[in-house]
Ligand binder design. Structure first.
Ligand code: AMP
Length: 369
């Protein structure tokens, strides 16, 4: 268990690392951040930083020296880096969570083997493999690279009559997965935390709307049945336990109508704090960032109840120009990441709008697996 004043190491210096570092500071913990990018927004708010490549073993050894626990803010940390660190210091979440979530095929197989529903899927390693997968799954379908896809990059939707060879070429002929197209009603996610002793707490299911493949708005409560809400917690609990997970985890899901009922299909796991959990900073008793720090520190998990109706809107690129208007809005809480260059498509900040509601808190329950 960490003691106040201890140091947490964070791999990755983006906005997620920055907000983890701020939450750690509130709890009297220091952070040391390693990131290759000199302009890392997290460098502004940590006690120490190391600007080095993730495969620089001398830098990793300096990073590990004296920290009580290491964590990461993104899932594409090279596995060799995670394993190097895990040999020197406690790493939370562990390297296995990274190995599984870095590869869409391993991830979907892991989820399916736990008896949790996903879209139908098949591995695709070459053009004949794509043809066979299309014959088995049917069209429309989504072809995705197994690794390094994010925000809609590395994927293409295939419709009847499409040229499969061209699609395979467009994806760079990289190892891929074909998924059946899910006719979803809405996209949702659940953010949850687990400690090494199996303590577990989940936030209420969040509804997500994307624009240009980037998360645009997350809102709570999601427009789903109470049964769907409860099942999302069971899914997060089952997944985090099977991974022997420590820290905050996000599960992205599709809600599909099924008569009067709803089905929940897992799309993706993120072994980290997540953009769709930013609402918790102003809309829940404990923010996801504090929760992550508590979980990896071995401290009691915080209360996850929400405080009312909440909406998080990402500020992408030029949306940043709105900052003065947003500051003047009574229900708005502005979070800016301190990035200098407002490039198109770049996440510059977000705004949480909270409409407090005493009844939301009354609905709270103690979580547990
Ligand atoms: P992903 O990178 O897997 O999160 O996919 C990005 C977005 O593509 C998702 O948020 C969905 O809107 C859409 N998408 C991904 N997979 C599927 C699928 N199998 N069926 C329908 N839409 C999908």
């Amino acid at each position: 268990m960490l003691q106040p004043g201890d140091m947490i190491g964070i791999l990755g210096g983006g906005q997620l690392g920055r907000m983890i570092a701020l939450a750690a500071a509130n709890l009297g913990l220091k952070t040391r951040i390693l990131c290759p990018d000199r302009e890392s927004p997290a460098f502004d708010v940590c006690a120490e930083h190391i600007c080095a490549a993730y495969d620089d073993e001398a830098a990793l050894a300096r990073f590990a020296d004296g920290i009580a626990v290491a964590t990461y803010e993104f899932e594409n940390v090279p596995l060799a880096t995670a394993e190097f660190l895990a040999g020197r210091v406690r790493l939370a979440p562990g390297a296995r969570a990274l190995a599984i979530t870095q590869d869409r095929l391993a991830e979907k197989t892991f989820v399916r083997d736990l008896g949790i529903e996903t879209a139908p899927f098949a591995a695709v390693d070459d053009l004949p493999g794509l043809e066979a997968a299309v014959a088995a799954i049917g069209l429309p379908a989504v072809l995705k690279t197994r690794r390094f896809g994010y925000d809609g990059k590395g994927q293409v939707t295939l419709h009847p009559g499409d040229d499969l060879a061209a699609a395979w070429q467009a994806l760079g002929r990289a190892p891929a997965i074909l998924e059946g197209f899910v006719p979803f009603e809405r996209e949702v996610s659940v953010v949850a935390a687990r400690r090494s002793d199996d303590a577990f707490a989940a936030y209420e299911l969040t509804q997500n709307v994307h624009r240009n493949h980037i998360l645009h708005v997350s809102s709570v409560p999601a427009q789903v049945t109470p049964g769907t809400r409860a099942r999302s917690h069971d899914i997060a609990c089952k997944l985090s336990r099977a991974l022997d997970y420590v820290g905050v985890l996000a599960v992205e899901l599709f809600v599909v109508s099924h008569g009067a009922d709803e089905r929940l299909l897992v799309n993706e796991l993120a072994p980290r704090v997540h953009n769709s959990g930013h609402w918790t900073q102003n809309g829940a008793v404990t923010s996801q960032f504090e929760q992550h720090v508590r979980a990896i520190a071995g401290w009691p998990l915080g209360e996850t109840a929400r405080l009312g109706r909440v909406e998080m809107t990402n500020l992408i690129g030029d949306d940043l120009q709105e900052w003065q208007h947003l500051l003047a809005e009574p229900n708005a809480h502005l979070h800016l990441y301190g990035k200098h260059d407002a490039r198109e498509g770049r996440k510059m900040g977000h705004v949480n709008r909270l409409w407090p509601d005493a009844d939301a808190l009354d609905g709270r329950k103690t979580d547990g697996c």
